[in-house]
Design a protein around this ligand. Structure first.
Ligand code: F6P
Length: 548
């Protein structure tokens, strides 16, 4: 991957700056009025997926200039390097090949002399056999009862992805099998989950790429203790604990049988790992065939991302739009608003995906960047979010680009619910775009027979500036296949942003310092060691010690 690509030195960047000054004063209403074909021109398609970019503050010139920027910064070569398995995670010396986990072609892909696709398929086969045993009732607990509850213990990428997907595919969930997720080292998480479970019918999936993460290992030990309290004999562990990890040695040392270990590899990043063995809880929840459909949806997006011209390339265009708002409009946040209750965990999942990947201020040359990188990702399911934070998006002082996401068909077609839900989706994007002018407000208030003083007082509060950008993403139905496409779309968007910002998207050194300091504080809380930190940290530790 090229290292000297400072985006702000690119010729296209200078042109975008000039273009920004021309375009920024224009209102989206004007852009729509000028071009009746705007929706068609700014719609992108992949199979049944529709991505409508037309309510963004862009013209065709904007998208062309942004695409020129991507070309100038050698994006096509960077995409190929990732798919080919070059060690693009340079600070850890690793390839980045989550795409290999959903590669169903007959190709071979060599990493360090091994065809990794063969290894991938062998673990997939192991997962399939395990799921079949579980679902057929052939996998029995230590007292001969079938498993009725699975608890995934993991954190970050070993939790957020599988949990989000299990929630999104709840309507496909196997009956007679419940799935819970424990991630927080706060004992409440484990306690509240275990409270209602029976060790005889519970199976724990310990998910950790490194198998050294403190939170996960602590929760796993608590689960083992809880289990052994009733089961007594350590021999029974092999019927109730399986592990997903790259670190088989540590798994075995923990006491989980090697044959109960589902491997993956260091070329799978934690936040990109739901397609690997880390997805075992998903396969258990919905069945291995549905898990495979999820992978196939992602594969379709991979193919599109690798082959479609940049101007028609959905992840590329979404990433470029984000550059436009972040680096030219100065937007610092981006909202993700799924109008589908099943997708309510998508914003949480995307927070890790995007903010852990591109929340960086050092470029690939080791220099501090002098431009903004990853905006804050946040959001919640519509319509609940309309009754919470939409006020600020409509009338606040900051500009917040947003993604609205919805299926045309609901899994729960109750009465008029889905039409009502989607009328809100469409209305919100329309309102954000159009706003309401002072003249329109006056006209509306005139019919209400208000006194002129009251009317004048109200007018400024009821005006909506509009011109707030949104992208609408729709598909027919939320199936495992569509979900795979959607998630892979955001993965590739994240990758493209990182290429443009010239940062390494696949490491996460920023999470280390806190872990290191917590390791130093731990003995001060558990033993008698005296706390010697800055006055605030020492004061807080002492408050805890005096009040526990
Ligand atoms: O938060 C840092 C991190 O390393 C994430 O990138 C990762 O997903 C998470 O911790 C969990 O790591 P592991 O799967 O190794 O337990």
């Amino acid at each position: 991957m090229q290292k000297n690509n400072s985006p702000i030195e690119a010729k296209a960047w200078q042109k975008l700056e000039e273009h920004y000054h021309e375009l920024a004063p224009k209102h989206l209403r004007e852009l729509f009025a000028q071009d009746p074909q705007r929706f068609e021109k700014f719609s992108l398609h992949l199979e049944d997926m529709l991505v409508d970019l037309s309510k963004n503050r862009v013209t065709e010139e904007t998208m062309q200039l942004l695409t020129d920027l991507a070309e100038e910064l050698a994006l096509p070569a960077a995409i190929e390097e990732m798919f080919r398995g070059e060690p693009i995670n340079a600070t850890e010396g690793r390839a980045v090949l989550h795409t290999a986990l959903r590669n169903f072609t007959d190709e071979s892909l060599e990493v360090a002399g091994e065809n990794i696709l063969e290894e991938v398929r062998s673990v997939q086969q192991q997962m399939k056999v395990f799921c079949e045993k579980l679902h057929s009732g052939a996998w029995l607990g230590y007292t001969g009862k079938p498993i009725s509850h699975i608890v995934n213990i993991g954190i970050g990428g070993s939790d957020l992805g599988p949990q989000m997907v299990c929630e999104a595919l709840k309507s496909y969930q196997k009956e007679d099998l419940r799935i819970s997720f424990v991630s927080n080292v706060d004992g409440t998480d484990a306690a509240e989950t275990l409270r209602h479970l029976d060790p005889e019918t519970t199976l724990f999936i310990i998910a950790s790429k490194t198998f050294t993460t403190k939170e996960t290992i602590t929760n796993a030990k608590t689960a083992r203790e809880w289990f052994l309290k009733k089961a007594a004999d350590k021999e029974h562990i092999k019927k109730h604990f399986v592990a997903l990890s790259t670190n088989v040695e540590a798994v075995v040392e923990f006491g989980i049988a090697q044959e109960n270990t589902f491997r993956f590899w260091d070329w799978v990043g934690g936040r990109f790992s739901l397609w690997s063995a880390i997805g075992l809880s998903i396969a258990c929840a919905v069945g291995y065939d549905k898990f495979e459909e999820l992978l196939k949806g992602a594969e379709a997006m991979d193919k599109h991302f690798r082959e479609a011209p940049l101007r028609q390339n959905i992840p590329v265009q979404l990433a470029l739009l984000s550059i436009w708002y972040t680096n030219f409009f100065g937007c610092q946040t981006h909202a993700v608003l799924p109008y589908d209750q099943y997708l309510r965990l998508l914003p949480d999942y995307l927070q890790q995906l995007m903010m852990e990947s591109n929340g960086k201020s050092t470029d690939r040359n080791g220099k501090r960047v002098d431009y903004q990188t990853q905006p804050v990702i946040w959001g919640a399911a519509g319509t609940n979010s309309q009754h919470s934070f939409f006020q600020l998006i409509h009338q606040g002082t900051v500009l917040i680009p947003s993604d609205f996401i919805a299926p045309a068909q609901s899994h729960n077609p109750l009465g008029q619910h889905h039409a009502l839900l989607l009328s809100n989706f469409f209305a919100q994007t329309e309102a954000l775009m159009k706003g309401k002018t002072e003249a329109e407000v006056r006209e509306e208030l005139r019919s209400k027979n208000l006194g002129s003083e009251e009317l004048e007082q109200l007018v400024p509060h009821k005006v909506f500036e509009g011109n707030k950008p949104s992208t609408s993403i729709m598909f027919k139905h939320l199936t495992p296949y569509t979900l795979g496409k959607l998630v892979a779309m955001y993965e590739h968007k994240t990758f493209v942003q990182g290429v443009i910002w010239n940062v390494y998207s696949f490491d996460q050194w920023g999470v280390e310092l806190g872990k290191q300091l917590a390791g130093a504080i731990e003995p001060e809380l558990l033993g008698d060691a005296k706390a010697t930190h800055d006055s605030s940290t020492t004061g807080l530790i002492n408050y805890y010690k005096n009040n526990r």
